[in-house]
Write a protein that binds this ligand. Structure first.
Ligand SMILES: [Fe+2]
Length: 168
């Protein structure tokens, strides 16, 4: 694909954010996607860090743009947890046990060749997690929203792959 053609923002709207009542089990499942090791919080933090330390302008700006999409995802997942009656603090809830998100979840890799590869691995893990969630949460509106988020994560993989191809 032409290097200037792919945008970090897909021209596809997000389905409305609504949940079918309260469901603490669904809320608990989604805390993994909010604040687990591979989660929206980890993506936002890792990509922000990569933006700070990268002086290749194209890579730095692309990462910044992707980090803003991840903030949007963080907001969606947080709101879903809240709507389901859960607590959207940055902690994975498993029964009565809470594990707070930890800044050591991210690698702080500064070499773009290395972190772009890492990002692709993490985006693939995020997609697998969302597909798992879609099979667990039988709430059609939420399934549609998670499928839309997956489209963004797939687009991020393409963007990271393009950057690897162009510069490394
Ligand atoms: Fe995301």
């Amino acid at each position: 694909m032409n290097e200037n053609m792919r945008s970090c923002e897909l021209p596809i709207p997000y389905p409305p954010l609504k949940t079918d009542g309260k469901n603490l089990y669904y809320a608990m499942l989604l805390t993994n996607d909010l604040a687990g090791a591979v989660s929206e919080m980890s993506a936002v933090t890792a990509y922000s860090f990569q933006h700070f330390v990268t002086y290749n302008q194209k890579i730095s700006e692309t990462i910044k743009c992707i980090s803003l999409i991840e903030i949007r995802h963080l907001g969606i997942i947080g709101k879903l947890i809240s709507n389901y009656g859960g607590n959207p603090r940055l902690a994975v809830q498993a029964g009565c046990k809470s594990t707070f998100w930890n800044a050591q979840y991210i690698s702080y890799e500064t070499n773009p060749k290395c972190y772009l590869k890492e990002n692709i691995v993490n985006e693939k893990a995020a997609i697998a997690s969302y597909n798992n969630r879609i099979s667990q949460i039988t709430d059609r509106a939420v399934q549609e929203l998670l499928k839309r988020i997956i489209l963004d994560e797939e687009n991020h993989i393409s963007l990271f792959s393009d950057l690897l191809e162009e510069f490394y």
